[in-house]
Design a protein around this ligand. Structure first.
Ligand code: FAD
Length: 144
């Protein structure tokens, strides 16, 4: 079974209040661990940017559920590739609210403009999430 990495960006909807978001975080931790899926979810009231990595079939199945979820819309695939190793192997799903990401990281990917994850290409999206996960931003981590 191939290991794949999938990255998408989407827009949060009004259906996603604080308790709905908490439910996503809780469900992700439980279900991703069971499916050997790891990754990173970065969010704020206007967007989600998520990387899922794991066995191809499990990632495909989860993405099929995620794109139907009414708590977000405009789900846009940025990357879907076969990989040899994981970038987020320590986390069933690492979470970061945009307000907890350091300014330097944002500026690197925006060059001073407003952060717009829809404008990132696949490489920038992956590098951004890796940087957020590994370099000092405050994460609501859920270790595997
Ligand atoms: P529940 O969480 O109970 O949901 C059942 C159904 O009800 C789902 O179809 C859901 O769309 C809907 N629903 C649940 N709560 C609400 C609400 N408050 N308002 C409106 N509709 C609701 N799941 C994972 O397992 N792993 C992930 O990494 C993951 N990442 C996600 C990232 C984002 C941005 C979003 C929006 C969702 C994510 N989910 C993730 C949730 C996923 O879409 C499914 O809801 C979940 O996998 C199904 O879990 P469940 O069967 O326990 O259902």
């Amino acid at each position: 079974m191939h290991l794949v990495r999938l990255i998408y960006v989407s827009t949060m909807t009004e259906a996603c209040d604080t308790s709905a978001l908490q439910r996503i975080l809780d469900v992700s931790h439980i279900k991703n661990s069971a499916r050997k899926i790891t990754g990173m979810l970065c969010y704020d009231p206007s967007f989600f940017l998520q990387c899922l990595e794991g066995p191809q079939e499990a990632v495909n199945e989860l993405y099929g559920d995620i794109i139907k979820d009414v708590r977000h819309k405009h789900v846009t695939l940025l990357e879907y590739v076969t990989v040899d190793e994981r970038e987020f192997g320590a986390w069933s799903m690492a979470f970061a609210h945009s307000s907890n990401i350091d300014k330097h990281t944002f500026e690197k990917y925006t060059r001073g403009a407003r952060f717009d994850p829809f404008a990132l290409n696949s490489e920038q999206a992956k590098d951004f999430l890796v940087e957020v996960a590994h370099h000092g931003s405050r994460l609501m981590t859920r270790q595997r």
